[in-house]
Design a binder for this molecule. Structure first.
Ligand code: F6P
Length: 543
């Protein structure tokens, strides 16, 4: 789609339609259609999605689908699955979906049998995980591994830590995991302070194996390990494994490629959890559970690939997000998991959505004339209720929100889950329908307090419910959001798979690093603000 999407008849029709919707309240939409709460729902694999509490009519959905057709969404989706180089600025295929193809599938891309490559790495991961979990793989002094420390950042951290936390109820290998990402030395210090090097395994995860934070943390981990094991460098071989696309850099770091698990440049960092990047998750829950997670992903991939646009759940949810961003003026999007296990899910989604769609030029380099990239944020319910929900209920901003919950808890303690879920159901209802001035007054509220207690309602939410948080439903949920992101990216005509915007800061950090310690530092090319800040820092550090 070369032309500016805002000039299409489909976009213009949505603009006109948005003016009508602004006058409509969810109370009216529900009153006019008693079946709305059953009708505007969908299922994808084991996920039940209720989108009836969104600010949409059947006409809105029809117009949004027409927009998706106009921009050629189905063709873009097909291109991704086929291995076309849709990541044009890096000239790469985008094939995270191949990571979860069943063993029996076939896909050859750029002359390479992708399925065979993926399965070979999964097999090596599984063999390694079995040895560690069974105690067959021992450390340098013969002790079994009790703690795995995953060192990585961005996609090499957020996916694994989020999944590890999400699937803790399935952790059964006697191995616990910790995650170090920040180059702030406090992070690695805090992670290893109470550990015994003899029973600690470091998994260094970096697609490029050149990321400053990860290499600095990995070097410090190696120093700590060797010092703690009597200074014997040979210990590294039993306590360090790597996950990367670069054999050479792994070797240069001093990790034997025998102990390396590879992946490929067609897996974006933020899409890499189902690759070897998920090794720490596999060490925690075991290869069988990991396979169930991949099958969960695949079920949603298949739906996304084959379902018609109007019944395609990730497409529908992506289009709703476009609707709020571009036609109703939403600036942010809350994601509110009613599951403590998913407490890192919002942070994970921030990278997935914001690094993917935070772009301001189209695929051909033309500046966009419309907003892109949703700002995702959130906390698990019910903590959020006692923090920021006030603004969603009574503030002036439109904040569409996704509510995620599971009918069965992974720990059934008394009636606590019912109590918990009553909050989930209450919040979306309160947000949608609110409380009118008449209702508030009828409760005997003093007149001067009535305006303060009125709840306008009409705040849109989508409810996503599964029976239980399992590896399979977890994989389904992540795949759902991956494909929502692609849907938005295609409508906005941007490339969701590059991230040039993070490069400048990395380059500048490397350029500035010598100025922080050097005696005869050269400040010639540094702006006066940054130079003053660095000089002040140096004074405090006695340099
Ligand atoms: O933040 C930029 C980024 O390139 C992310 O896309 C990526 O997930 C992260 O850095 C880590 O990169 P790597 O896995 O190569 O260390």
């Amino acid at each position: 789609m070369a032309a500016d999407v805002t000039t299409t008849a489909e976009w213009q029709a949505l603009r006109t339609h948005a003016d009508e919707i602004r006058e409509t309240h969810l109370r009216d939409l529900f009153a006019a259609d008693p079946t709305r709460g059953e009708r505007l729902t969908a299922e994808v694999a084991d996920l039940y999605v209720d989108y009836s509490k969104n600010l949409v009519t059947d006409e809105t959905l029809r117009l949004l689908t027409a927009l998706a057709e106009r921009v050629g969404l189905a063709e873009r989706v097909a291109a991704m699955f086929s291995g076309a180089h849709i990541n044009a600025t890096e000239d790469r295929a985008v094939l995270h979906t191949a990571l979860r193809l069943p063993r029996s599938a076939s896909l050859t891309v750029d002359g390479q049998d992708v399925v065979a490559d993926v399965q070979a790495v999964l097999d090596r991961m599984a063999a390694f995980a079995r040895r560690v979990r069974s105690g067959q793989w021992v450390g340098h002094t013969g002790e079994r591994i009790r703690t795995v420390v995953n060192i990585g950042i961005g996609g090499s951290d957020l996916g694994p830590v989020m999944a590890y936390e999400a699937l803790k109820a399935f952790a059964d290998g006697g191995v616990s995991c910790r995650f170090v990402s920040n180059i702030d030395p406090t992070d690695i210090h805090g992670a290893v302070a109470d550990l015994d090097p003899a029973s600690t395994l470091f998994v260094v995860v970096s697609k490029t194996f050149s990321t400053q934070e990860t290499l600095a943390n990995a070097r410090e981990a190696r120093r700590w390990l060797v010092a703690g094991l009597g200074g014997d460098e040979a210990a590294v071989a039993r306590h360090f494994v790597a996950v990367s696309t670069s054999d050479q850099r792994v070797r240069d770091f001093g990790i034997d490629p025998e102990n390396m698990f590879g992946f490929w440049d067609w897996v974006g960092g933020r899409y890499s959890l189902p690759s070897a990047v998920g090794l720490s998750v596999m060490l925690s829950v075991g290869p069988e559970r990991f396979a169930e997670m991949l099958a969960g992903y695949h079920a949603v991939d298949e739906h996304f690939r084959t379902a018609p646009l109007e019944r395609n759940v990730p497409v529908l949810m992506g289009l709703l997000n476009v609707w709020y961003t571009n036609f109703l003026g939403a600036q942010t999007h809350a994601v509110l998991p009613y599951s403590q296990y998913l407490h890192r899910f919002p942070a994970y989604l921030q990278q997935l959505t914001m690094e993917s769609n935070g772009k301001s030029v189209t695929v051909d380099g033309t500046p966009v004339s419309y907003d892109t990239g949703e700002i995702f944020w959130g906390e698990p319910g019910t903590n959020g209720q006692h923090a920021f929900y006030q603004l969603i209920h009574q503030g002036t901003r439109l904040v569409p929100a996704d509510f995620i919950a599971f009918s069965e808890p992974n720990h059934d303690i008394g009636d606590m889950h019912d109590l918990f879920m009553s909050n989930f159901f209450a919040q979306t209802a309160a947000l949608a329908f609110g409380r009118t001035a008449e209702q508030v007054a009828a409760e005997g509220t003093p007149a001067e307090l009535v305006p303060h207690k009125v709840m306008a309602g009409n705040h849109p939410t989508t409810s996503i419910v599964a029976d239980r948080l399992t590896p399979a439903t977890f994989g389904q949920l992540v795949a759902l959001y991956e494909h929502i992101v692609l849907t938005e990216g295609v409508i906005w005509n941007i490339n969701p798979f590059d991230q040039w915007g993070v490069e400048l800061g990395k380059v500048m950090a490397n350029q500035l690093a010598p100025l922080l310690t050097g005696q005869d530092a050269e400040f010639a090319d540094v702006d006066s603000s940054t130079a003053t800040l660095i000089r002040r820092y140096r004074r405090h550090r006695g340099r």
